[in-house]
Design a protein around this ligand. Structure first.
Ligand SMILES: Cc1ncc(COP(=O)(O)O)c(C=O)c1O
Length: 400
């Protein structure tokens, strides 16, 4: 029995369902390990010692390489002096200054732990500022597993959703209609950097849609809330909709801003400062200094290496290679999303049947892909890693 099997057997007795949430390997193709032992650069090793070139980056948080020496040193140094205490360290000011300098729309910052803290705080600030209740959310979008954002979970009464009507992303008419239906009570509209719903092909944001949402928010006085938790820093070092000149009022950040150290951020514009000062939002670990040190180090690396450009280049190289291989092996791939966060599916692949076989075969070649979720590139991926991964995917295509 493999060590992974043995751990699963033990885990099933003490962890509900064997594993909770998005890291339940039961949702992945056969052969995917549940448990890992070691991570370095763009590579992961599972508990049985198998090595993988990783295209999931911990579902986003890793952007500068697992165990990046500069980020680890900054966090470790800070941990040796102080991590938590009766108040934050000076790093909270340094990091708030850095983010408000870097992100055009931002004049202030609140820090938290998870992306779902950040999106929820954005909603609270929007409601506190407007005195209204309704927040429009795109159908199928993920903004965290907390009740208001999740429609997939048991244990949440229908009433928890009543103030969150749905609209269709990239559909201007649907958002106008959803806004009209709650006229006078619209506090905010939540959007994401692009449409990255799990289990579906991705769609880049239509700039016309982005401008229409901005105008709708201006006309109604509602807050434009950009959830940049997943796409943040990979498309732009400013907020993601800056690429089309559209600024949100509030933005939510998490995942990669500290290369995997736990920290999330809510950024807001001047207009929302007073409301942000009035809401009571906090958590025992929200002031931790080590993740703030890691965030400052990570943001410096992302700027130095012009991360979005580099990730786009690496992702495009991977995408082009996969396209050529699919053609040669006689398969139609559906490659969507920005190159830095690619989604790879097969055309007409009901239930991801071919995708599962492809990913299982790639895994055996040491390439960790995902069949139905967007993937992530990192600065730790070198051209040679992409080349090595493509050798594996070529052999994986050959098995289909
Ligand atoms: C767009 C988006 N928003 C919010 C979240 C929630 O972040 P977290 O898992 O850190 O709570 C996620 C997580 O995947 C996300 O992708």
């Amino acid at each position: 029995m493999s060590i992974d099997d043995e751990l699963r057997r033990r885990g099933e007795r003490v962890i509900p369902g064997g594993m909770f949430g998005h890291m339940n390997a039961g949702t992945l193709p056969p052969g995917y390990p549940q448990y890992f032992e070691r991570a370095e650069g763009c590579r992961l090793w599972d508990v049985d010692g198998n090595e993988f070139i990783d295209f999931m980056c911990a579902y986003g948080p890793m952007i500068a390489g697992y165990r990046n020496p500069q980020v680890s040193a900054a966090a470790d140094r800070q941990r040796q002096i102080m991590d938590i205490g009766d108040g934050p360290t000076r790093l909270i000011v340094d990091l708030a200054e850095q983010l408000t300098t870097q992100i055009s729309h931002a004049d202030w910052a609140i820090f938290a732990k998870n992306g779902n803290d950040a999106t929820t705080v954005c909603n609270m600030v929007a409601r506190a500022h407007t005195g209204r209740r309704k927040i429009l959310v795109a159908r199928g979008a993920y903004h965290g597993a907390q009740p208001w954002a999740s429609r997939r979970t048991k244990g949440t009464p229908e009433e928890d959703y009543v103030h969150f009507p749905r609209y269709e992303f990239n559909d201007i008419e649907s958002i106008r209609q959803a806004a009209a239906e709650v006229e006078g009570d619209l506090a905010g509209v939540v959007v994401s950097g692009f449409k990255h719903d799990a289990g579906f092909p991705q769609a880049l944001t239509d700039p016309e849609f982005a401008r229409a949402v901005r105008k709708l928010c201006d006309d109604t006085g509602a807050a434009l809330i950009l959830d940049d938790v997943r796409a943040g820093m990979r498309l732009s070092l400013d907020s993601s909709w800056s690429l089309f000149g559209v600024q949100p009022d509030l933005s939510a950040w998490g995942k990669c801003i500290a290369n995997g150290e736990p920290i999330a951020a809510v950024l807001g514009s001047e207009t929302y400062r007073e409301a942000a000062a009035e809401v009571f939002v906090t958590g025992s670990f929200w002031y931790q200094a080590a993740p703030m040190a890691a965030a400052l180090a990570t943001l410096a690396i992302l700027r130095q290496e012009d991360a979005p450009r580099r990730l786009d280049h690496l992702g495009q190289m991977f995408r082009d290679g996969l396209y050529e291989q699919a053609q040669r092996h006689g398969h139609s791939l559906l490659q969507t999303g920005p190159p830095a966060m690619p989604t790879v599916m097969f055309e007409d692949d009901k239930g991801f049947e071919v995708g599962f076989r492809f990913c299982s075969a790639a895994l055996r070649e040491g390439v960790y892909l995902h069949p139905w979720h967007n993937m992530f590139l990192s600065l730790a991926h070198r051209e040679s890693d992409i080349g090595r991964a493509l050798e594996g995917t070529d052999r994986a295509f050959g098995t289909l």
